[in-house]
Design a protein around this ligand. Structure first.
Ligand SMILES: O=P(O)(O)OC[C@H]1O[C@H](O)[C@H](O)[C@@H](O)[C@@H]1O
Length: 453
């Protein structure tokens, strides 16, 4: 089996010689701290050996549950936000036909929709309208079980599902993925008798895609979760404590990004793809690195672009704007389909020089040309090469980023496994909405607003 591979040559050239290698002791210490559980946030290390610890019986339980939903639903709505949605969406979109959702014929797989990740009234009203004549089910995903966006959406979906199917039938197609004992999602699931899966205490949301949080929706969409986990388990081996620095892709990635940040003033990492299906891989990656590293007034800002699309909007900034950025490109070596450019007698568009060539050849030349241009323009370039887009390599990619993120955050000197800053907006929102228990905050925020206006 092949493996994803990392090329940092076009990034290391922006650092003085030996800089990446000089991170070896720090990377080694970080990797060992993860292994021994001696790092900050050590109560959230359940993801580290998760791939190799997942049993076939557990995967079967997930697949069986997915089968019930697949048989009984035309649409499955996944309610979740942040780590409780991005991983599933990233994998499902990367593996799906881009236009499957438009196809009305006898579909093999239910349509997977995502909600509970915003508070858009129009979005929810339009979703409700769409679901009106559909046989739909719901996977309610929330580690805390109390996240407002998700809880609010779930209440709406539950009521609609019960109204359309009857309470007893609805129970068969509503599944909860949440904490073992606490939270509103757990309380509702226990009371109604929904099928549930537990999110382990020691796996934080953004590291949870290889738990039922990601695996159940991915299995519902018809994808091979066994292969996904196998890919992750193989990458777990490739990034183990016993692997030499240069051969451990996650160690090298963690080292080079810290080098670019600390020694070359590169404060922004742009995750780039050349396949629109990878858009949500970048979204998932942004949460993983953003919540893990952005604290104590430190951290690389994780951004993303979809190329070549965004070369026509962001390309100018990347080529000639402030030189505080570097790019990490996910490059898919082999496409799933083949499409050749046809010859045209009139050649009005002047494109006959491409006749007989694969579309992907043009894409690859765009990629190479962009890489050269951006490097010439002062943008370091890291390249992650993925043999092809399938479950196995996505599993590798996911684990590679997770373990690299853990190491990278520790090298930066932060606790990569908490997210205290996320509470600030929630506290204000609850105070403004007069949530019981927030009386003093409500009074204070209203007085402040009155003064400011
Ligand atoms: O799974 P939940 O508890 O609903 O949390 C969903 C998300 O929202 C929170 O505010 C956190 O910042 C995220 O790390 C988390 O993934």
């Amino acid at each position: 089996m092949k493996s994803i591979s990392l090329d940092i040559t076009k990034a290391a050239q922006f650092l003085s010689e030996g800089t990446v290698k000089a991170y070896e002791p720090a990377v080694k210490a970080a990797r060992e701290a993860l292994e021994n559980g001696s790092c900050p946030g050590n109560d959230f290390l359940g993801w580290l050996h998760l791939p190799s610890e997942i049993t076939p019986d557990f995967l079967k339980e997930i697949q069986d549950c997915a089968e019930v939903l697949r048989k009984n639903c035309e649409v499955v709505v996944v309610a979740g936000i942040g780590g409780s949605y991005l991983g599933a969406r990233a994998v499902i979109e990367a593996l799906s036909n881009s236009f499957a959702w438009l196809v009305n014929d006898d579909r093999k797989n239910p349509n997977i929709l995502f909600a509970g990740n915003n508070i858009g009234e129009d979005y929810l009203a339009e979703l409700s309208e769409y679901l009106k004549n559909k046989k739909f089910g719901v996977i309610n995903i929330s580690k805390s079980g109390t996240t407002t966006e998700t809880a609010l959406t779930f209440r709406l979906l539950k009521k609609q599902c019960e109204a359309q199917r009857g309470k007893e039938e609805a129970k068969k197609v509503i599944v909860a993925v949440t904490d073992a004992c606490k939270g509103a999602a757990r309380a509702a699931a226990d009371k109604e008798g929904y099928k549930t899966f537990v999110i382990p205490d020691n796996v934080g949301g953004r590291f949870s895609v290889l738990t039922p949080v990601g695996l159940l929706p991915i299995a519902c969409a018809g994808f091979d979760i066994e292969a996904l986990v196998k890919g992750a388990a193989d990458m777990e081996k490739s990034c183990g404590t016993d692997v030499p620095f240069e051969e451990n892709p996650a160690a090298v990635y963690a080292a080079v990004r810290n080098g670019l940040y600390a020694k070359a003033g590169k404060k922004i990492e742009i995750m780039v793809n050349y396949q629109p299906k990878l858009h949500f891989i970048s979204e998932w990656w942004k949460q993983l690195f953003g919540e893990s590293e952005g604290k104590d007034n430190k951290g690389i800002f994780p951004a993303s672009c979809d190329f070549t699309t965004d070369l026509h909007s962001m390309g100018q900034w990347i080529q000639e704007g402030e030189r505080t950025i570097y790019e990490t490109v996910i490059s898919i070596e082999k496409t799933a389909k083949t499409m050749l450019f046809p010859e045209d007698e009139e050649n009005l568009d002047g494109l006959n020089f491409l006749a007989g060539k694969r579309v992907d050849e043009v894409n690859k030349m765009a990629e190479l040309g962009t890489r050269l241009a951006h490097v010439d323009g002062g943008v370091p370039n890291i390249r992650i090469s993925v043999p092809e887009l399938n479950e196995y390599y996505l599993g590798q990619l996911i684990y590679f980023f997770e373990v690299a993120c853990g190491m990278s955050g520790l090298i930066l000197g932060v606790n990569p496994f908490n997210q205290p800053g996320v509470e600030a907006y929630k506290k204000n929102m609850f105070a403004l909405l007069d949530k019981p228990g927030y009386e003093a905050d409500s009074k204070a925020i209203k007085e402040r607003l009155a003064k400011e206006n």
